[in-house]
Design a protein around this ligand. Sequence first.
Ligand code: ATP
Length: 240
Amino acid sequence: MSTDAPLLRVKDLAVRYGSAQALFDVSFDLSPNSALAVLGPNGAGKTTLARTLSGLVPSCGGSAEFAGQDLLKLTAPRVRRAGLLHLPEGRGVFPGLTVQENLRMALTADKQARNPGLERAFEIFPVLAERRRQPAGTLSGGEQQMLSLARALMVSPRLVIADEMSLGLSPKAVDIVFASLARARDNGVSVIMIEQFARRALDFADQGLILHRGRSSWSGPAQEAGEELLHRYLGGAAAA
Ligand SMILES: Nc1ncnc2c1ncn2[C@@H]1O[C@H](COP(=O)(O)OP(=O)(O)OP(=O)(O)O)[C@@H](O)[C@H]1O
């Protein structure tokens, strides 16, 4: 892990939906080129954290500084432009368009000029190069997630928040998702991974954060999260 100043520094973050508070005083730092696994049972506040950092849900307290900018003041498009990309749950690809068209659209959506992004995406994910003329809907579930990630990488983000990318996928497809995220990391992208597969996510990540009812119940180096700790905070089912 890097010793540089944090890429993202979240301090005492609080979020409400009306009168219901979904996050209470959540704090963590993320170093450049590192990965954080965010774990927790249903309703713990994981997606709320992702949506708040990406400018989709307002905070009601605390701070979040990303690459020197006050993230909580930015609109969602500005957060993207600052280099933080949120991959929401679900596949996020256009099934009727080809792989190549899906990738090109990622660029026009962000109004960037033609750039070497397409060739870079094919270099990182050779499978997509082989299937560039194939409709995205005919890819396997894991490959669609790979395409979704490749679309995100087209605009060279510094941080990707991957929300439950492996949800509902076969074990083989989950392998593809993890390998794809590892490739993104190898290419200098930091990752916040929200995952149901706690053990795998912690094996992937440098740091772990466990949320419970909107509060941080544990955070620390990922390798320190042993089986006993996972059972205590997540229960048997979530410790896969
Ligand atoms: N738009 C909303 N309006 C009101 N309450 C919401 C809204 N979105 C989420 N919540 C509530 O906030 C809490 C946290 O939800 P969130 O979706 O962040 O949890 P999660 O950890 O991502 O759960 P899951 O693993 O089930 O996706 C829950 O109690 C949820 O009901």
